[in-house]
Design a binder for this molecule. Structure first.
Ligand code: ADP
Ligand code: MG
Length: 359
C-alpha cells in the first residue's frame, strides 16, 4: 500500500471515529431530551356552581390532560347527583318524596348522605344537612338585591322540618327516606369536599403521582410537587384589605398539605347586608338564623375533603371555644378567626402556623 492509499485509509478511519463520537453525543442529547421530567399541569373550570382548579404532576402532557379531564368529569357527575337546585338530581327525588316513601339512589348519593348524617352526629347537630327549608327561605342562591331577612315566624315554621334523625337510610337497598313531608336535604355544606375526594380518586387511578383539587375553598391533595415540597394552600384573609398590592396580601397564613384536605368556611362567601347587619349563609340549626358564634372564618385540615368541608361548616356554627375542642377531640387541625380578627389554632398547629391576631 502506498503512502497516499494509507493516508486515505487513516482519513477514513478518523472520519469514522468522528462520526461515532458525534453520533453518540447526538444520542445523549436526544436521550436527555426524552428523559421525561415531572411538570405541573393546571386547569380551571366552573363546576358545582363554583371555580374548580385541578393541578397534577406528570411527565406526560397527554396523561396529565386525561387525568385532569377525568377529575372535572367526576366532579360534574357528583354535582349532578346531589344538586339541590336541579329538578333531575337524585337529591331532588329524595326531597320530593319526603313523607311519601323511600327513594333508591346511587352509591355516591347514599355515601354523601351517610357522611353528612355522621358529620351531624359528631358536631352535635351544628352541621345539619336537613337545613334545606331554612336555606331556601333565606334565598342565598338568589341575586343579592333579591335577598331579605325572613320573618321570625317563617323561620320557626321552616325549622320544624329540620331534623337529621328523621333521615332514614336503608344501606342494603341503597334507599333514603325523609320521614316528614316538607323536609329537604341540602348537602351544600359537604358536597364540594366530597367532590374533591372523588376527583382525587379518579386522578390517582390514572396513575398520576401527585395532584391538588380545589373546589372553591375545599381542597384535597396527595403526593408532592415536582420540587419535593408539599402543596401550599393560602388561608384567605376574611376581611381582605381594599389596598392590597399582591394576592399574598390577602393571605392570613399558608398551610402545607400532602395527603390531606383543607376546607375554609367563611362569612364572606355568600352574604347580604340589611340595616348595616351582615347575614351570611351558614345557619345555626338551633335558631334558623346566620350563626352568631362570632367565627368569621374556619379552616380545617383533615384526612379527607368531606371531613374538612362538613366539619368546617359545623365548627363555624360552634364558634372558637367549642370548635377548637371538637377539632382536638377528633385529632384534626384547624384555625378559627373571630369577628375581632383573633385567631385560634389547634395544639398541633402551634409552632407551625404564624399569623396576625394569634391567641
Ligand atoms: P361554602 O359553600 O361557602 O364553601 P360551607 O361549606 O360552609 O361554605 O357550606 C355552606 C352551605 O352549607 C350553605 O350554602 C348551605 O347550603 C349549607 N349550610 C348552611 N348552614 C348549614 C349547617 N348548619 N349545616 C349544614 N349545612 C349548612
Ligand atoms: Mg363546608
Amino acid at each position: 500500500m502506498n503512502n497516499k492509499a494509507q493516508g486515505i485509509r487513516h482519513k477514513a478511519q478518523s472520519e469514522k471515529i468522528i462520526i461515532a463520537v458525534l453520533s453518540s453525543i447526538l444520542c445523549i442529547l436526544l436521550l436527555s431530551g426524552c428523559t421525561k421530567e415531572d411538570k405541573v399541569f393546571k386547569k380551571t373550570r366552573t363546576e358545582m356552581f363554583t371555580t374548580v382548579t385541578i393541578t397534577v404532576v406528570s411527565d406526560s402532557d397527554k396523561k396529565a390532560e386525561e387525568a385532569i379531564d377525568a377529575g372535572f368529569a367526576e366532579i360534574r357527575r357528583i354535582g349532578e347527583l346531589i344538586n339541590y337546585f336541579s329538578p333531575d338530581s337524585e337529591l331532588t327525588a329524595v326531597n320530593r318524596s319526603a313523607g311519601k316513601g323511600p327513594v333508591k339512589v346511587s352509591r355516591e348519593t347514599l355515601d354523601t348522605i351517610m357522611k353528612a348524617i355522621h358529620t351531624a352526629d359528631v358536631t352535635g347537630g351544628a352541621f345539619n344537612p336537613t337545613i334545606g327549608p331554612v336555606i331556601k327561605l333565606w334565598g342565598f342562591s338568589k341575586k343579592e338585591s333579591e335577598r331579605f331577612v325572613p320573618s321570625r315566624d317563617s323561620v320557626s315554621a321552616a325549622l320544624r322540618f329540620v331534623d337529621y334523625k328523621k333521615v332514614k337510610i336503608n344501606e342494603a337497598a341503597s334507599e333514603v327516606y325523609l320521614e316528614d313531608a316538607g323536609m329537604e336535604l341540602d348537602l351544600g355544606g359537604i358536597a364540594k369536599g366530597y367532590g374533591a375526594d372523588k376527583a382525587i380518586e379518579v386522578i390517582r387511578a390514572k396513575g398520576i403521582k401527585a395532584a391538588l383539587v380545589a373546589i372553591a375553598g375545599d381542597i384535597r391533595g396527595y403526593g408532592m410537587r415536582p420540587d419535593g415540597q408539599p402543596w401550599r394552600v393560602g388561608v384567605q384573609n376574611p376581611r381582605s384589605k381594599a389596598d392590597k398590592k399582591s394576592p399574598d396580601d390577602d393571605i392570613l397564613t399558608a398551610l402545607y398539605l400532602t395527603d390531606q384536605a383543607i376546607s375554609t368556611s367563611g362569612d364572606y362567601e355568600r352574604f347580604f347586608t340589611e340595616d348595616g347587619k351582615r347575614y351570611h349563609h351558614i345557619i345555626d340549626p338551633k335558631t334558623g338564623f346566620p350563626s352568631e358564634s362570632q367565627a368569621i372564618s374556619v379552616s380545617v385540615i383533615a384526612p379527607e375533603g368531606y371531613i374538612s368541608d362538613g366539619i368546617s361548616t359545623g365548627v363555624f356554627v360552634l364558634g372558637s371555644q367549642k370548635g377548637i375542642a371538637l377539632l382536638e377531640s377528633m385529632g384534626l387541625e384547624g384555625i378559627i378567626v373571630d369577628a375581632d380578627m383573633k385567631a385560634y389554632i389547634t395544639k398541633g398547629l402551634k409552632g407551625i402556623v404564624e399569623m396576625p391576631g394569634m391567641q
